[in-house]
Design a protein around this ligand. Structure first.
Ligand SMILES: C[S@@+](CC[C@H](N)C(=O)[O-])C[C@H]1O[C@@H](n2cnc3c(N)ncnc32)[C@H](O)[C@@H]1O
Length: 204
């Protein structure tokens, strides 16, 4: 488990959601993944931006998923929304998503007070494995929304496959940790929306 808190809210990241919508068409063939969806607000928000896309929310907490399913049902259901309990994207099919949203999941509330090391709450190496898995499930040209993380997207080896489309404003109070799990400082996070580059024409 990365971030244990399930804090979320409707339309929490309007700039990122709107930018993702500008990059991606809407349509029943478009597939979006909300990794760490809590009790569903991110998925319900994405539905407003992508009225007909397929949206899957994954969360490690069975309680969150149960709540999300109940909330979906209370809204009258949605055949193209799915909430699934899971802890990793490693079991998903590679290259099948148009958009991946990993927001406020690669962090830990224990670190709000900027401890010198992110261990044992959250380790760069574990997050790097999951960022790679999420990168793998994206198709080329797909977008990766990455926000509210204690680690910088550009520090992950998989980030070299991406180009930055939107860099969100820095949060001066947010602790940032390096690949060695040591505190780098406050603020200066490079977060936002990234597009997976096409490998067409790229030779070894
Ligand atoms: C702060 S909430 C973020 C909710 C939403 N993405 C947002 O930004 O508003 C973090 C969520 O990540 C979930 N989570 C933590 N580790 C996870 C993992 N390995 N796989 C899936 N979900 C995880 C938690 O259960 C929690 O619901």
């Amino acid at each position: 488990m990365f971030q244990p808190d399930a804090v979320t809210s409707p339309n929490r990241y309007p700039r990122i959601f709107a930018a993702a919508r500008e990059c991606l068409p809407d349509g029943p063939a478009i597939r979006l993944l909300s990794f760490g969806c809590a009790d569903g607000d991110e998925v319900f928000s994405l539905r407003a931006y992508f009225p007909t896309a397929q949206i899957r929310g994954i969360d490690i907490s069975a309680r969150n998923i149960r709540r999300a399913v109940r909330r979906l049902s209370a809204r009258g259901g949605d055949a193209r929304v799915e909430f699934v309990r899971g802890h990793s994207a490693t079991c998903l099919e590679r290259g099948t998503y148009d958009g991946v949203f990993a927001m406020a999941v690669f962090r830990h509330s224990d670190l709000d007070w900027a401890a010198e090391s992110s261990e044992p709450s959250i380790r760069f190496a574990d997050v790097a494995v999951e960022v790679q898995a999420l990168a793998d499930v994206l198709r080329e040209g797909g977008v990766f929304a990455f926000r509210n993380s204690h680690f910088r997207f550009t520090d992950f080896p998989s980030s070299t496959a991406f180009e930055c489309l939107v860099a969100s404003p820095e949060r001066p109070d947010a602790p940032v940790y390096g690949p060695d799990n040591r505190l780098i400082g406050l603020g200066g996070q490079v977060e936002g929306l990234w597009r997976k580059r096409s490998t067409e024409g790229v030779r070894d």
